[in-house]
Design a protein around this ligand. Structure first.
Ligand code: SF4
Ligand code: SF4
Length: 437
């Protein structure tokens, strides 16, 4: 694609990077076929190619964002299916991140939209606030129908629909600690505690720590970890996201220098995609660029790390597992085989749903801010998953677990919870009382 940025514009490193990405696009439109919003809405402006044109036009003309650009960029799930599909190697992620930051700086959103976004940014990344918000949601539940009728209040109705009715107590595993290996030590890793996941399902990190320590790996829960920054990053709140990234880089660098680390383990693929991007996000910060790149190189999804440990094959269990590959796992991190191979080796009968490349509609805060599109994608995803006739659904991202879990009665667990069970741990809580064979 031809571009016409001035030398003065290209002096801005963000513009220079976006220009390079734009120039790679050859308008072929292959990406439209796998874009969930284009597939759902059928509007070119809700396709990757359409958004690329809108972003180019806005940046090239040095214009503030307008309502049209904001509408179509807000509808983008950041699922990155377009990156997987694009034959020209268009790296859409930094481009849409740049557009979102530009929108945040130059566009004044309607009051209710600003309010909802401010609430989400102030609550979701902080486990204590998030826990309190879920507890308070029961008081608002009777008004959900009323809220859903007013377009500006719809996000509040979506929040209430997604909020679980009960949340587990805080896990002892969430506290800063070092969990020693059982038997001979074969590695030392840090684990990201996370923000929403330990509130919604602490069993995921518990299973991870139990499994890794049984396999001879010391697991450190470092003091001072914060949210990875992904949720606010996708809202265009660049400074808040970078502050989170810097805080975590400091924590893990300290841990690396004091005790050595083979990996930083992440059990939510949405967080993993962002942490693997810290090196890029902080590339212009001289004090952090090198440390952030080192942290990114150590970041591993739990299934990536487990694949390197060569676990022994287990007897078949006769349990059908539908594997849902989160977008951040398959498109963001390009991890496609490891989770399924691990589950198969652990004795599960793994099935792939049709249209596995399409997003479930979760996408961070998307299911709150864009609930209609999100619901359509959830319905489509659940139908495809249920068609495989599974006893259980497995995935590697808490956002997908919550989203799909509100659309089906089939239990949905994290991949590592099945692996922990298969290798000597407890059966996941959600599977107890379920006829599995
Ligand atoms: S597939 Fe790639 S090159 Fe083709 S239109 Fe989409 S982004 Fe551009
Ligand atoms: S990130 Fe996903 S929703 Fe956004 S343009 Fe690409 S394929 Fe479409």
């Amino acid at each position: 694609m031809q571009t016409n940025f001035t030398p003065a514009q290209l002096a801005d490193p963000h513009v220079a990077e976006s220009e390079k990405i734009l120039r790679k696009c050859v308008h072929c439109g292959f990406c439209t076929a796998t874009c969930p919003t284009y597939v759902t809405l059928g509007n070119e402006l809700d396709s990757p190619r359409g958004r690329i044109y809108l972003i180019k036009d806005m940046l090239e003309n040095g214009r503030p964002a307008d309502a049209e650009v904001v509408t179509h960029i807000d509808r983008c799930l950041s699922c990155l299916a377009c990156v997987t599909t694009c034959p020209s190697g268009v790296d859409y992620m930094p481009l849409v991140d740049h557009a979102r930051a530009h929108i945040e700086k130059t566009y004044k959103r309607p009051f209710m939209n600003r309010l909802v976004r401010a609430i989400l940014a102030a609550v979701l990344p902080y486990p204590d606030r998030f826990r309190l918000a879920i507890k308070l949601s029961s008081a608002g539940r009777p008004f959900a129908g009323l809220l859903a009728r007013a377009p500006a209040l719809k996000p509040f109705a979506a929040m209430l629909a997604l909020a679980p009715r009960r949340i587990p107590p805080t896990s002892a595993y969430a506290a800063a600690a070092s969990h020693p290996p059982v038997g001979e030590k074969r590695g030392r890793v840090a684990i990201l505690t996370g923000c929403a996941q330990p509130v919604l399902d602490p069993g995921i990190n518990e299973a991870t720590i139990r499994l890794l320590t049984r396999l001879g790996v010391e697991v450190v829960v470092p003091k001072g970890e914060v949210c990875c920054g992904s949720l606010v990053h996708h809202m265009g709140r660049e400074e808040q996201a970078l502050a989170s990234a810097r805080a975590n880089v400091d924590v893990w660098t300290r841990e690396l220098e004091e005790g050595g680390l083979d990996a930083i383990i992440i059990t939510a693929s949405g967080c993993g995609t962002t942490i693997k991007d810290y090196g890029h996000m902080l590339r212009l910060d001289a004090a952090y660029a090198e440390k952030a790149a080192r942290v990114s190189s150590l970041a591993k999804d739990i299934t990536e790390y487990l694949a390197s440990l060569e676990l022994a094959a287990q007897m078949p269990k006769g349990i059908i597992v539908a594997y849902h590959s989160a977008c951040s796992m398959q498109h963001g991190q390009k991890i496609t085989m490891a989770p399924k191979q691990l589950l198969k080796a652990a004795g599960f009968n793994v099935r792939d749903p049709a249209e596995g490349h399409l997003c479930c509609g979760s996408a961070g805060t998307y299911n709150i801010m864009q609930s209609d599109i999100s619901d359509a994608l959830k319905t489509r995803k659940v139908k495809n998953l249920e068609a495989t006739k599974p006893r259980v659904i497995a995935t590697g991202n808490i956002g997908c677990m919550m989203q799909i879990g509100t659309g089906t009665a089939i239990p949905i667990v994290h991949t590592v919870q099945l692996l922990d069970w298969a290798y000597g741990g407890d059966m996941p809580e959600k599977l107890k009382d379920l006829p599995l064979a």
